[in-house]
Design a protein around this ligand. Structure first.
Ligand code: ZN
Length: 390
């Protein structure tokens, strides 16, 4: 933890400006409690029963839970309960493998991006069935690496996007009350109306929310509309964000690669303009590796608008952890402790990439199937386990 005065970017000169213009961060104690949560491992129950799902129907979140519990019966799997959502759904982190190199993956940070969750469930079931059948190659790989996956970060939103607002138990939630007014086909937010992927307490997070009427250089179109990009009134307090922060802090020192899966237009984002060249270079290299499978477009650094107001993403947060940023008691978010620019030093050397699968938001399982096989998401995920891309 640092007590440094933090200057956040070119137009923000000191901590008073941070406090005035940026959304509040959660208190140091609450932050530390969130990332130091007691581990809550799900006990194994009975024998492993193979899961054989092949995109024949859309999965309810309860199906995903049953699959995860089934996976958990293998010795190579550790299933952990993370936080409970506003509508009382359990968010899970799953670890597969005994090795020290961690391949970290998350999906469905945005509610309507449900395809990756389904593809990851399919991928894990294939991998684990092979392990169960003593496939030598898979057994060797899983002795060498560890997959750390949060397959569905926003279970409430996942269920609402797929099955409608009546899937919410608590009818008082923001999402239930606003469902008919919003464009559900583009839903990003959780049940409380917060875009989880803007709620991470990264250095520049939360500018849009507070600056709406204050800064002319901020695009107002990015706030509040269908609660897309709304970071919440306090950073780092959503159950989904806390689940990711806990799991990231558990693993970030041992990560080999972090793949953040989204679903909007077959592109690959990589690098952060405010962080080290070394980091940007390896992230770019991994982005090109991903492209060699699916031919998605690799976007350059200029597409990453760090410091422009829409920060607070999962990859912002993890990239800053990798650069040794600490939570600042002064500004209540991660901080390098000084003026942050490209000099920030990389402490943990791994790429971080956001892969946007599919062409649009969809609940059509035949499209997931196409992406998985024909756009080679499957091949990519399996080959990533070999750790031979850097
Ligand atoms: Zn997304």
């Amino acid at each position: 933890m640092t007590n440094n005065i933090c200057v956040t970017d070119k137009c923000e000169k000191d901590r008073f400006i941070v406090k005035k213009y940026f959304a509040k961060g959660t208190s140091v104690n609450k932050y530390l409690n969130a990332i130091n949560k007691k581990s809550d491992i799900v006990p194994k129950k009975g024998k492993y029963v193979e899961v054989n799902y092949d995109f024949d129907r859309m999965l309810h979140y309860s199906d995903i839970e049953s699959m995860l519990l089934s996976f958990n019966n293998l010795d190579i799997v550790t299933l952990e309960k993370l936080y409970l959502t506003a509508d009382n759904r359990q968010i899970y982190g799953i670890e597969i493998g005994k090795g020290s190199k961690v391949i970290y993956i998350d999906a469905n940070i945005h509610s309507g991006e449900v395809g990756n969750t389904v593809m990851l469930m399919k991928f894990m079931s294939e991998l684990l069935n092979r392990y169960h059948n003593n496939d030598k190659q898979v057994v060797n790989i899983l002795n060498n690496i560890k997959l750390a996956i949060i397959p569905c970060v926003t279970p409430d939103g996942y269920e609402v996007y797929n099955f409608g607002k009546e899937s919410l138990n608590n009818k008082k939630l923001w999402l239930y009350k606003n469902y008919d007014k919003m464009n559900i086909e583009h839903i990003k937010c959780n049940a409380k109306g917060v875009d989880v992927n803007r709620n991470f307490p990264s250095q520049h997070a939360g500018l849009y929310y507070k600056s709406e009427k204050l800064l002319s250089n901020v695009s107002l179109s990015k706030t509040h509309k269908d609660n897309r990009f709304f970071c919440g009134k306090v950073l780092g307090i959503e159950s989904e964000t806390k689940s990711c922060m806990y799991f990231m802090n558990k693993h970030y020192k041992n990560i080999y690669v972090y793949l953040d899966m989204h679903s909007q237009g077959r592109v690959i984002y990589n690098g952060k303009p405010n962080l080290s060249n070394k980091f940007n270079k390896i992230s770019r290299k991994f982005a090109n590796y991903v492209k060699s499978y699916n031919d998605y477009e690799v976007y350059g650094l200029s597409y990453e608008e760090v410091g422009q107001g829409n920060d607070g993403t999962a990859t912002d947060y993890m990239s800053e952890l990798a650069h040794g940023f600490k939570y600042s008691s002064e500004i209540l978010r991660l901080s390098s402790g000084s003026y942050v620019e490209s000099k920030a030093k990389l402490l943990y050397n791994y790429p971080i990439v956001t892969m946007e699968t599919l062409t649009e938001y969809t609940r059509d399982v035949t499209k997931f199937k196409y992406e998985y096989y024909n756009k080679k998401v499957r091949d990519l995920l399996f080959d990533m386990l070999n750790c031979d891309y850097l």
